[in-house]
Design a protein around this ligand. Structure first.
Ligand code: XBP
Ligand code: MG
Length: 253
């Protein structure tokens, strides 16, 4: 099982990454603020540095190219420090069903890995603060921003992770929250289930095995937006086997 991080393991974007960017702007003496809606539009650019560069090129005509490069590096460093502080303060919780499914999959001996475009430090702090102690070792490989030159929707990070875990794409399933992530996973040939969030709802999820509101819990079932609903109304290891068999038999939609 390959997991995206931002938006999939946890709703990190609106109240953690966005807030961290705004703190970095303020600390640098800039009067820029990304509101919730504007940040949603900027999210189609994967990668914090790339997002900053796009924003500056798009809306700050007075910033020269070399100044932009310097600014992006400095702001992203500040932003990462703020993000780490925000997550350490406990502001980010895992999405419904994530811990249950990770634990169940780990106990069943399934291979777990992470394929994200966010920085490695951000992954480590989230795993350390949102998962039980020692659970970081559940992941055979973690592929993050530092491991791929091209960000999602490019598939490079998925190829990196497949190589690191030594499994074929056909034996894996990816969980993503966004169209950008879905394209990255599908481009590497990995069957992908989408758990959409407030930012990604309504995006083009064609090619997804299923689109759900979240992974669901026995007491709070997932809503199915498209595709076949999980048998029990939530995603568990038995459901992964059902999906794997249906993909192998060519009976998935
Ligand atoms: C989401 C991203 C990241 C974060 C910000 O990654 O695109 O860029 O928004 O993190 P994913 P950085 O959904 O693949 O987990 O500032 O460290 O890039
Ligand atoms: Mg994501």
């Amino acid at each position: 099982m390959l997991f995206d991080v931002d938006g999939t393991l946890a709703d990190t974007e609106r109240d953690a990454h966005r807030v961290a960017f705004n703190c970095a702007f303020a600390e640098a003496g800039l009067d820029w603020t990304w509101d919730v809606a504007q940040y949603g539009a900027l999210l189609r650019i994967a990668g914090g540095r790339e997002r900053l560069a796009h924003f500056i090129a798009d809306s700050q005509p007075d910033v020269t190219e070399s100044e932009c490069t310097r600014l992006v590096r400095a702001l992203h460093e500040l932003k990462t420090a703020h993000y780490l502080r925000i997550v350490r303060a406990g502001a980010v919780a895992l999405r419904p069903g994530v811990l249950r499914l990770l634990r169940e999959a780990h106990d069943a001996g399934l291979v777990l890995a992470i394929a994200t475009t966010t920085s490695r430090a951000n992954v480590d702090v989230l795993l350390a603060h949102a998962l039980p102690p020692g659970a970081q070792t559940w992941f055979r490989a973690i592929g993050a921003a530092e491991n791929a030159r091209q960000k999602k929707p490019d598939s490079e990070i998925y190829h990196y992770v497949l190589d690191a875990i030594g499994l074929a794409a056909a034996d894996c399933i990816a969980f993503e929250d966004s169209a950008v992530g879905l394209r990255a996973a599908r481009g590497a040939g990995v069957t992908t289930a989408v758990t959409q969030d407030a930012y990604s709802a309504g995006q083009d999820f064609s090619g997804a095995l299923v689109v759900l509101s979240d992974l669901g819990e026995p007491h709070a079932l997932a809503q199915t937006i498209s595709g076949t609903s999980p048998t029990r109304g939530y995603v568990d290891v038995a459901q992964l086997h059902v999906w794997h068999a249906s993909v192998q038999n060519g009976t998935s939609n």
